[in-house]
Design a protein around this ligand. Structure first.
Ligand code: GLY
Ligand code: MN
Ligand code: MN
Length: 435
């Protein structure tokens, strides 16, 4: 795939969107700051730097303090921060597939970057250096402009989808290596290392910290400890890889031969219903319907596998499915793992809240061609959520001996990244990680 052509088309679309946003919000120029490097309190150590996502959506250049100036009708300007510094590697700037789309200038300090931007009338600045921007006379982070940028970012260009696909190739390679490590009896820490090596990047570059769960830890949705000893009968691995600032977000749940056959059958059921949910993706329909369908399918699976002993309607009405599936079925994906704008009502702003009883659903929008989101149903045995039902009048609807038999295996999640197309969808994940 020719990234130069895709990036040229991407920048054309981004500048067209920006021109529309500027016209609607009363500005003549948009300045995007890459952001400042955070330093830990009372320390001289820094967390890994992450660019302002609005900057990153225009340009894959890494590092702080750079700025982009977008003015309708002109080639975008990039002012690159290039400090004089012998402590860190400051590689010489080299032409790349994206560099031809900018007029490029340099400054060796953050304030020098503002000087190079120069005087601009009616300019809006988006970024964290509000003091620097205000001193330059720019309006800082105006809400009506931010909402429009957020809204537009939900529709990905072909370049962005290609970056997500390339990230998926690396993520799939990491998942395959991690699965082999699991089946060889390795620890969570060793499985994590296998993933990172398979993905071919440093840990700092991952889009989010890996979630590597053996057995009961799979019931902890964002489990981040990594035990250095022991092996498991079940692996839940939620891990993604990067490409040019974009990241994939993939979960697979694998069983070792020694895993309880009833739990293995439940993994098969979640995988099957996850594929059925992906098949529901098409433009013009609400993503909320996929979330509600997930609850019905999970309710059916819980009944079919003997975990619940009530009717499907009762399982939904009494919110039993939320005990086993306590998160949303997915979220927008792109530069951010939980990409912005998933609950936005319109281009102008406003909130489209999730349905009552589903507070963790991060995407409530109508599906449109170009959106990319995850589909990630799960079934978990979380004692904190089960416990209130053990002694209440509904306790008879639950098969407690079976629940206690399965709980040591923790839980199951299957997560793919899906693009909405004109006629349906494209599953980026299954193209490279079919099972
Ligand atoms: N990896 C975090 C999530 O799936 O939302
Ligand atoms: Mn996710
Ligand atoms: Mn995930």
């Amino acid at each position: 795939m020719d990234l130069s052509r895709l990036f040229r088309e991407h920048i054309a679309k981004m500048t067209t969107n920006a021109a529309k946003t500027l016209a609607e919000t009363g500005f003549d120029a948009l300045v995007l700051g890459a952001g400042s490097q955070m330093v830990y309190y009372a320390d001289d150590m820094e967390p890994p730097f992450r660019s302002n996502p609005h900057f990153a959506s225009f340009c894959p250049l890494k590092g702080p303090h750079h700025a982009i100036v977008v003015k309708p009708g002109a080639k975008p300007r990039l002012i690159r921060w290039a400090p004089k510094d012998y402590w860190y590697e400051r590689a010489p700037f080299a032409a790349d597939f994206w560099t031809g789309e900018f007029e490029i200038d340099e400054a060796d300090t953050a304030s020098g970057v503002f000087k190079k931007i120069g005087a601009l009338s009616r300019a809006a600045f988006v970024g964290d250096d509000e003091a620097g921007a205000a001193a330059a006379g720019f309006a800082t982070n105006p809400e009506p402009l931010l909402r429009r940028l957020d809204w537009d970012r939900a529709i990905k260009t072909a370049y962005e989808i290609e970056c997500l696909s390339r990230a998926t190739v690396l993520g799939a390679s990491g998942h395959t290596a991690a699965r082999e490590a699991f089946l060889a009896g390795k620890s969570e820490l060793a499985i994590h290392h296998a993933f990172v090596e398979g993905a071919g990047c440093t840990e700092d570059a991952l889009p989010y910290p890996t979630i590597v769960c053996l057995d009961a830890k799979a019931a902890i949705l964002h489990y981040h400890a990594k035990r250095a000893t022991g092996s498991g009968k079940l692996l839940l691995l939620d891990a993604g890889a990067p490409d040019h600032g974009y990241g994939c977000d993939i979960t697979r749940t694998w069983a070792a031969p020694s895993c309880d056959p009833k739990f293995k059958a439940l993994i098969g059921a979640v995988d099957k219903l996850q594929r059925e949910l992906c098949a529901m993706v098409q433009p013009g329909h609400s993503y909320v319907d996929i979330h509600l369908a997930a609850h019905r399918m999970i309710g059916e699976a819980l009944i079919d596998h003997g975990i619940l002993k009530c009717s499907l309607d009762a399982a939904i009405e009494k919110r039993y499915t939320s005990v086993f599936f306590p998160h949303g079925v997915g979220h927008h994906l792109g530069i951010q793992v939980h990409d912005i704008g998933g609950r936005q009502k319109s281009r102008e702003g406003g909130v489209l809240p999730p349905p009552e009883g589903h507070p963790y659903l991060r995407n409530t929008r109508i599906m449109e061609a170009g959106q990319v989101f995850t589909i990630e149903p799960g079934i978990y045995f979380v004692e904190m959520l089960l416990e209130p039902f053990r002694a209440n009048p509904g306790a008879g609807d639950f098969n407690w001996p079976l629940i206690d038999q399965l709980a040591p295996m923790g839980g199951i999640r299957v997560e793919d990244n899906v693009v909405v197309t004109e006629k349906g969808h494209r599953n980026l994940t299954r193209e490279h990680l079919p099972s």
